[in-house]
Design a protein around this ligand. Structure first.
Ligand code: NAD
Ligand code: LMR
Length: 336
C-alpha cells in the first residue's frame, strides 16, 4: 500500500501525547526561524507553536498551519503582539537578529543583536518568566550574559532555565568525526565545551563516545574545522547569511530534548552554554543533564583527564570568553 495509507492506519507520530507543550519562536520568519518552526511542527510533544517576528510571519504561519500534525500554529507580529506570543509557553527559542557576512566575526553582530535580545528577553521576563529560554542569536558568548542581566533586573532569573544554544557545534563535531574515522554517524557523540565563537569552541575529541583514537594531526585538523565551521558556511553562502538549515536541525534537537525533560524523561543530556562553576568563568558550555526544572546537573567529568592539547586550548580560550561575557554584562548594566 502507499506510504500515505500506512500513515493513516498507524498515525502514531501524529497523535497528541498526554503531555504537550507550547513553544514560541521569536524571529520565526528568518532563515533559522522558518526551518526550525517546520521541525517543531513535526514534534508530537507540541500542542501550540507561537511564531513571532517583526516582519513576514503571517505567511509563514499560514503555510505551516496546513501541515496535518497536532500543533496549532499562531502568528504574532510587531511589539504590540509580543506579549500574547509568550502567553503560557513552556519553551521560548530566540533566533532573532542579524547573521554574519564574509569577513565578519560573530562579535561584529553585537551592536544590533544585543538590543534585539535585550528587548525580547524583557518581554519573556514579563510574560513567560517560568519558560526555558533558548538563545540562538549571536554573539551567544555575550547575548546569554545580556539575557541574565535582564532577567536579574526583573527579579526572575533562574539559572537552570537559560541556555545558549551550542548544539550545532556538537552536531558538526559528530558529523566531521564520523566522516574522518568512517564511523556510523548515529553512534558518535563528541562533547563540545567553552563558548560559541572561534577558539572558544572546544571539542573534547578525547571524550568521543564510543572511544576513538586520533593522531595529533587529526586532532588539530578536526578541532580547527569544528571551530571554523560557521565561517565555512558564511563563506559558501557568500553574503546571503550564515548557517540556517543545520542550525534549525540543531535547535530542533535542543527543543525536543527540553520537551522530553519537561515530560519527565530522566535521561536527557545535551551540551549548552549555561551558568556554570566548572571553571572560573561564570558561564561555560558543557554537557548538562536536563530535567523538569531545567539544568539538573552540569557534567564535570568531561573536564577531567584532558589531553595536553585540550588543556592548553581550554586555558587559551578563557581570556576571549571572559571578555565576551563581560561585554554582554556591561552592555546590559549600562542600559538599566
Ligand atoms: P535572518 O536574518 O534570516 O533572520 C532573522 C529574523 O529575525 C528575521 O526574520 C528578522 O525579521 C527577525 N528579527 C529581527 N529583529 C527582531 C526583533 N526585534 N524581534 C523579532 N524578530 C526580529 O537570520 P538567521 O540566519 O535566521 O540568523 C539569526 C541569528 O542566529 C543570527 O544572529 C545568527 O548569527 C545566529 N545564529 C546562531 C547560531 C548558533 O549556533 N547559536 C547558528 C546560526 C546562526
Ligand atoms: C554558526 O556557528 O554557524 C553560527 O554561529 C553562525 C555564524 O555566524 O557562524
Amino acid at each position: 500500500s502507499k506510504p500515505g495509507n500506512q500513515n493513516q492506519k498507524n498515525p502514531n507520530y501524529l497523535q497528541p501525547r498526554a503531555s504537550s507543550f507550547k513553544v514560541a519562536v521569536l524571529g520565526a520568519a528568518g532563515g533559522i526561524g522558518q526551518s526550525l518552526a517546520l521541525l517543531i511542527k513535526m514534534s508530537p510533544l507540541v500542542s501550540a507553536l507561537h511564531l513571532y517576528d517583526i516582519a513576514n510571519v503571517k505567511g509563514v504561519a499560514a503555510d505551516l498551519s496546513h501541515c496535518n500534525t497536532p500543533s496549532k500554529v499562531l502568528d504574532f507580529t510587531g511589539p504590540a503582539e509580543l506579549a500574547d506570543s509568550l502567553k503560557d509557553v513552556d519553551v521560548v527559542v530566540i533566533p532573532a537578529g542579524v547573521p554574519r557576512k564574509p569577513g565578519m566575526t560573530r562579535d561584529d553582530l553585537f551592536n544590533i543583536n544585543a538590543n534585539i535580545v535585550k528587548t525580547l528577553v524583557e518581554a519573556v521576563a514579563d510574560h513567560a518568566p517560568e519558560a526555558f529560554i533558548h538563545i540562538i542569536s549571536n554573539p551567544v558568548n555575550s547575548t546569554v550574559p545580556i539575557a541574565v542581566e535582564v532577567l536579574k533586573a526583573k527579579g526572575v532569573y533562574d539559572p537552570k532555565k537559560l541556555f545558549g544554544v551550542t548544539t550545532l557545534d556538537v552536531v558538526r563535531a559528530n558529523t566531521f568525526v564520523a566522516q574522518k574515522k568512517n564511523l556510523k554517524l548515529i553512534d558518535v557523540d563528541v562533547p563540545v565545551i567553552g563558548g560559541h565563537a572561534g577558539i572558544t569552541i572546544l571539542p573534547l575529541l578525547s571524550k568521543t563516545r564510543p572511544p576513538v583514537s586520533f593522531t595529533d594531526e587529526e586532532v588539530e585538523q578536526l578541532t580547527v574545522r569544528i571551530q571554523n565551521a560557521g565561517t565555512e558556511v558564511v563563506e559558501a553562502k557568500a553574503g546571503a547569511g550564515s548557517a540556517t538549515l543545520s542550525m534549525a536541525y540543531a535547535a530542533a534537537r535542543f527543543v525536543e530534548s527540553s520537551l522530553r525533560a519537561l515530560d519527565g524523561d530522566g535521561d536527557v543530556y545535551e551540551c549548552a552554554f549555561v551558568q556554570s562553576e566548572l571553571t572560573e568563568l561564570p558561564f561555560f558550555a558543557s554537557r548538562i543533564k536536563l530535567g523538569r526544572k531545567g539544568v539538573e546537573a552540569v557534567i564535570s567529568t568531561d573536564l577531567q583527564n584532558l589531553t595536553d592539547y585540550e588543556a592548553k586550548a581550554l586555558e587559551a580560550l578563557k581570556p576571549e570568553l571572559k571578555a565576551s561575557i563581560e561585554k554582554g554584562i556591561s552592555f546590559a548594566q549600562k542600559q538599566e
